[in-house]
Design a protein around this ligand. Structure first.
Ligand code: FAD
Length: 376
């Protein structure tokens, strides 16, 4: 047990709260530091494949998760132009223990946040960390306006531009700097009428694809649309764009896609960058997880799911092997799997955008999904 072990989790996102809850349930005294003024997620959907739901089940949150999310029945790959199915993967047959869920992000973070509080986690908002120092005996974090604080063990769940990752492996050199993939992703929520099938639909076309799935009983539909282009866009959730840019990019797609796009009135765009996986996920009394360790392109819907898996395995390793040997075991158990998932996600970008539908069916990386997302 981690009884009384003091642990600071930097970052109150999906990975951070999963780690905080898993650690607190094993007896640790956990504090989460989050820069935002309140615990929330962006207004967007998130697919949680069975390996992610397995972590919620292990934390005792599976019942509530199933009540608040929609159960995905299928992943359908469709030719975006003709609207015809290329492949339909039935995931409705999965046993309850392997449910595939479609969440509103706000609902998922709410479940995780409440669980952390119930497990005794102290949550500090408006706590922006500006500096991280890691020594052998302990780590220190500087919280804006509050000065330096000791963190006997520090978990970096602070996302893409992680300060804990920089403290562990140094700032990225030019050779390992993130680079623009030449793809951008728009996101939007449009109203649904509750009749949409509980399926994730990937509409594929040359150099572009669009994913849609229903949320909250079908009252909303989540859209993510990806286009290859040379024009650069910034990375991040909050860059607004003119909805007509999205509509123009998908003007050649069929009527179902047009009907969804016509309703998109608030649109954000995200420049997709490739970030290398961190070489070292731990140093002294610190470890990183989720996007902080291995940002993942969204083409296999596995970034957050990997963060959840990391969080569970980190808690298990610290519990089994202690704070000195646990972090190395954690990286050893996670790295190959995460790299395999990242590669499958990278390949999906290429497969989704192929011109020939047969090549798509053959090369379709989501067939690898079955192997990539099997619970550990
Ligand atoms: P984050 O969610 O980035 O959380 C980091 C937290 O740390 C934030 O709350 C931040 O405010 C806080 N923080 C950062 N720096 C500091 C600091 N200095 N001080 C204090 N707090 C700090 N994944 C899936 O599994 N399924 C999907 O369907 C899916 N769809 C996606 C769609 C799109 C368009 C994109 C872009 C990504 C998608 N992903 C999906 C990936 C997923 O969103 C991320 O992998 C996941 O959110 C990473 O979680 P995290 O907790 O590691 O990091």
């Amino acid at each position: 047990m981690l009884d009384g072990q003091k642990i600071t989790v930097l970052g109150g996102g999906l990975g951070g709260f999963t780690a905080a809850t898993a650690l607190a349930q094993r007896g640790a005294e956990v504090t989460v530091l989050e820069q935002a003024g309140r615990i929330a997620e962006v207004g967007a959907g998130i697919q949680l494949s069975p390996n992610g739901v397995a972590v919620l089940d292990a934390l005792g949150l599976g019942g509530e998760a199933r009540n608040r999310a929609m159960r995905n029945r299928a992943v359908r790959l469709v030719d975006g132009i003709t609207g015809r199915d290329v492949i339909r993967m039935d995931v409705g047959y999965l046993r309850p223990a392997q449910t595939f869920l479609l969440f509103h992000r706000a609902d998922l973070i709410d479940i995780l946040h409440q669980a952390a509080v119930a497990a005794g986690v102290k949550v500090e908002t408006c706590a922006r960390v500006t500096r991280v120092d890691i020594g052998q005996a302990g780590a220190f974090v500087e919280v804006e306006g509050q000065g330096l604080r000791e963190a006997p063990f520090l978990v970096g769940a602070d996302g893409l531009h992680s300060k804990v990752r920089d403290a562990i492996e140094g700032s990225p050199t030019e050779a390992r700097a993130p680079f623009f993939t030449g793809m951008v992703a728009w996101r939007a929520l449009v109203p649904g009428d509750g009749t949409e099938a509980a399926e994730a639909v990937v509409r594929m076309g040359p150099k572009r694809h669009m994913v849609s799935y229903p949320l909250r009983g079908g009252s909303l539909i989540n859209l993510v649309a990806v286009e290859e282009r040379t024009e650069w866009a910034e990375e991040g959730w909050f860059n607004r764009d003119d909805p007509d840019n999205l509509r123009r990019a998908f003007a050649g797609f069929g009527s179902e896609a047009q009907s969804l796009l016509s309703q998109a009135d608030k649109v954000h765009v995200w420049g997709l960058f490739r970030h290398p996986v961190a070489r070292t996920w731990h140093r002294g009394p610190a470890a990183i997880l989720g996007d902080a360790a291995h940002p993942t392109l969204p083409f296999l819907a596995q970034g957050a799911v990997m963060a959840l898996e990391d969080a569970w395995v980190l808690a298990e390793c610290l519990d089994d092997k202690g704070m000195t040997d646990g972090p190395a075991l954690y990286q050893a158990r996670r790295q190959l799997r995460v790299e395999r998932v990242i590669e499958a996600a990278n390949n999906n970008a290429r497969n989704y955008h192929l011109k020939n539908p047969l090549a798509k069916a053959l090369g379709f990386g989501a067939l690898r999904l079955a192997g990539a997302v099997r619970p550990e």
